[in-house]
Design a protein around this ligand. Structure first.
Ligand SMILES: Cc1ncc(COP(=O)(O)O)c(C=O)c1O
Length: 507
């Protein structure tokens, strides 16, 4: 294990161009290519069946049918599939993913959407209601995240402003693009971001899409950002430092105050990714939990991402990106003035957008109210504590930090990916984490229903016992995670994942 991680650390330091060239050379060797194809193929064959459970059971289409099927027939098929798939998330078997799922709330979201499904915020003159919803979503979220009561009247350079996007990834992409474009105006040609290695993969995506070099700084043994190492990584090309509140893997909040102070001192941006925690931490703090400062109250925080479609309990497909000052926000906008199609502008990545989802997000915030968010957060924190206490009582596994609404565990005594597989056999769908090998459960309102946390604890105990007492069997995700952890060349695992995506598009 130690040798492996030393090897990995060394690899992390090797110039990625050398790794890519080595991989290309290796893959060009017919023997290696055939071996990889066989290895990937075998694993993917094993997965295909579970990925396409409806194959051969219901009609599938590779061309538009000559004659359309009746709406009743289709509704019955679609509702049938939804009914088949919903018990798993309704009964709380998923980590994260569905954050409310309450029947009455979902029904309410659906009614709002059905009244607004044709709304497109791109045409704000036709649907001024869409602008109203979005402006108010931004204002309410800014208020929740430390903008303060005078925000609406604050000078443009201090005002917390933002935009509604399609999800956390888009919020992050836009913020990184805004920093890149602002820095470009100041002559930075080779922009860099300095991030703890626990930041969401969306930052990697932003790095690739927008040509921003990403300096990933390993977190410390406490699993939060190593500010000293981040400081050492800053150069004159650095445009932004990133902190998570909290990070996806462990649910831990990075030291935002220190990172933001470092950013301010270096006159660069500080983005706080609160996609996951933005709608939990403010309420948890009010409930007396130990929540460090993480939002716009902290001087030096210049942007944030926060997801309405997670703990904001909105329908899937919305998030908010916030900025300190209008000038920074303007760098995310897109305008074109010489297009034969007319004058064109859009605030976010998409052109046409689903205004119905913004209406639903607005309705979720206004109907839930502060009282609703406080009550929901209380239940989530209590449930997390219950599960954490159970994990602490199991000597074979180890809790990774004191997160408020996440339970992450690793093990020095057994293969946690096998525990993940055993839990999978019992219906659980948890997240497998990397470097170090670990598993997490992101606690949502689904887990606060009577008996769900208790069922998880019992199943976890049984899963741990099963792994302890029996040798590994073939199949499951353990070998795939194992492979990703040990494959010396990262691009080879990337190839495997691309083939997995191909399978998703197979009819
Ligand atoms: C901390 C964090 N940031 C960003 C994201 C990305 O959000 P989305 O999947 O909505 O794009 C997630 C998703 O889980 C997250 O946990």
């Amino acid at each position: 294990m130690k040798l492996k991680s030393i090897g990995q650390n060394l690899l992390d330091r090797v110039d990625p161009r050398i790794i890519a060239a080595t991989e290309r050379a290796m893959k060009a060797i017919p023997f290696v290519k055939a071996r990889l194809d066989k290895e990937y193929g075998g694993m993917l064959d094993g997965m295909e069946h579970s990925m396409r459970p409806y194959a051969g059971k219901i009609e599938s289409y590779s061309a538009i049918p000559d004659k359309g099927r009746t709406r009743e027939d289709l509704l019955s098929e679609i509702e049938g599939l939804a009914a088949k798939e919903s018990p798993r998330w309704k009964e709380g078997f998923l980590s994260g993913a569905v954050y409310s799922g309450d029947d009455a709330h979902v029904e309410f979201m659906n009614r709002v959407y059905s009244a607004t499904s044709q709304v497109n915020p791109l045409h704000s003159d036709v649907w001024p209601s869409a602008s109203k919803y979005e402006a108010e979503i931004v204002a309410m979220v800014a208020d929740m995240l430390g903008a303060g009561p005078g925000n609406g009247k604050a000078p443009r350079e201090d005002q917390i402003c933002g935009a509604v996007t399609s999800g956390g990834t888009e919020s992050i992409l836009l913020a990184m693009k805004a920093y890149r474009d602002r820095a470009r105006e100041k002559g930075v040609k080779k922009p860099e971001m300095v991030v703890p290695n626990t930041v969401h993969a969306a930052f990697d995506k932003a790095s690739q899409y927008f040509g921003i070099k990403m300096k990933k700084i390993p977190v410390g043994s406490d699993y939060v950002a190593n500010v000293k190492a981040m400081k050492a990584a800053i150069t004159r090309n650095t445009i932004v430092l990133v902190a998570s509140a909290p990070c996806f893997p462990y649910g831990l909040v990075d030291p935002v105050t220190e990172i933001a102070a470092l950013a301010k001192k270096n006159k660069i941006g500080c983005h706080v990714d609160a996609c996951l925690g933005g709608f939990v931490l403010p309420w948890a703090k009010q409930l007396g939990a130990a929540v460090p400062p993480f939002d716009f109250v902290v001087p030096g925080v210049t942007s944030m991402s926060v997801d309405t479609h997670k703990y904001g309990y909105a329908a899937k497909g919305t998030s908010v990106v916030l900025y300190r000052g209008h000038e920074l926000r303007s760098h995310q906008y897109y305008t074109v003035t010489d297009w034969p199609g007319g004058l064109y502008f859009s605030p976010t990545l998409a052109g046409s957008r689903p205004g119905g989802l913004s209406a639903a997000a607005w309705a979720s915030l206004v109907s839930t109210g502060k009282g609703g968010y406080l009550a929901a957060t209380r239940k989530i924190l209590d449930t997390t504590e219950l599960i954490k206490a159970a994990v602490r009582s199991m000597p074979e596994i180890e809790l990774m930090g004191e997160a408020l609404f996440m339970v992450s565990f690793c093990s020095k005594k057994l293969d946690v990916y096998r525990v993940l597989d055993e839990l999978g056999k019992k219906g659980w769908n948890l997240n497998g984490l990397h470097r170090p090998a670990a598993v997490h459960l992101c606690v949502t309102l689904r887990h606060t229903q009577p008996g769900v946390a208790e069922r998880f604890i019992t199943d976890l105990r049984e899963a741990v016992a099963a792994v302890k007492d029996s040798p590994p069997a073939s199949g499951g995700m353990a070998p795939v995670y194992g492979m990703a952890g040990t494959m010396p060349l990262k691009g080879l695992v990337g190839d495997f994942l691309k083939r997995y995506i191909d399978l998703l598009y197979k009819v």
